[in-house]
Design a protein. Structure first.
Length: 262
């Protein structure tokens, strides 16, 4: 975290792993946990979840009396128009979403989304009051310096149409080679890349609030190892187990975490 007083930020994307009923059952478990979890109730940790589109409204209803916020995994770059099968930032905002994921490596790989699409979607998120979770990351394993250069270029491009905003921005550093892998990137690598991203964001003077979180096979213990190098984690399959998610929240709420373990 930047100053030790800012809450740790945790996000969970369910991708397409759950069906509709499974999603709502998971959200019900998360709601039950969140109502009693000290870290969430005290505000030491902020948690957002990104279910699939059809579950957004009922998920929001299930989580309404908890500190957990809901977001979407994607949006279209236009707010209205003849775009069959797409969902706009306008509609997401009206449905109660607070976050939206933009630029994930799987969207780039499977659906051909390039930098120009990510730029347009980021702008669409911000103009509709949605907090964009901008995913950046290098494809091949290499040096932290090379990775940081790639990530800054991706982030600069994503924000190219944004002069500034009072809506927060979240950057999720997810090295593509670590997504779905057995182990995350090393804490040293993650820390080096995220430090550069934080320096770049801090030098922009364009956003009132921003966070840099890490995703890519993130699990227990990693946040403690990273300490103040990141603002939180972006979780995937590990969070399917709500007890495991609860443990991560407890770890994130630990004030000793902000002192990096050497």
């Amino acid at each position: 975290m930047r100053d030790g007083s800012k809450p740790a930020l945790l996000g969970v994307s369910l991708k397409l792993y759950f069906g509709h009923t499974e999603t709502l059952e998971w959200c019900t478990e998360v709601a039950r946990m969140a109502r009693h979890h000290q870290g969430l109730q005290d505000g030491d940790v902020k948690l957002f979840v990104l279910p699939s589109f059809q579950a957004l409204v009922p998920a929001g209803e299930i989580l309404a009396d908890t500190p957990v916020l809901v977001g979407a995994q994607n949006l279209h770059w236009q707010d209205r128009g003849a775009y069959t099968g797409e969902v706009s930032g306008l509609a997401l905002s009206e449905a109660g979403c607070r976050y939206v994921e933009v630029g994930h490596a799987e969207r780039r790989r499977h659906f051909g989304e390039d930098d120009s699409v990510v730029t347009a979607k980021t702008a669409a998120a911000l103009r509709n009051g949605l907090i964009p979770v901008i995913c950046v990351g290098e494809v091949e394993r290499g040096s932290a310096a090379d990775a940081a250069a790639v990530c800054v270029d991706q982030l600069r491009s994503a924000l190219a149409e944004t002069g500034g905003s009072d809506v927060p921005v979240v950057v999720a550093y997810e090295p593509v080679w670590a997504i779905g892998a057995e182990h995350p990137a090393s804490p040293k690598h993650i820390g080096a890349v995220c430090t550069v991203l934080r320096e770049w964001l801090g030098g922009q003077n364009r956003f009132l609030d921003w966070s840099v979180i890490y995703g890519g096979s993130a699990g227990p213990g990693l946040l403690t190892e990273l300490g103040s190098d990141v603002d939180g984690l972006f979780l995937g399959r590990f969070a399917h187990n709500v007890d495991a998610l609860s443990d991560i929240i407890r770890e994130a709420a630990n004030p000793l975490r902000i002192t990096r373990i050497q």
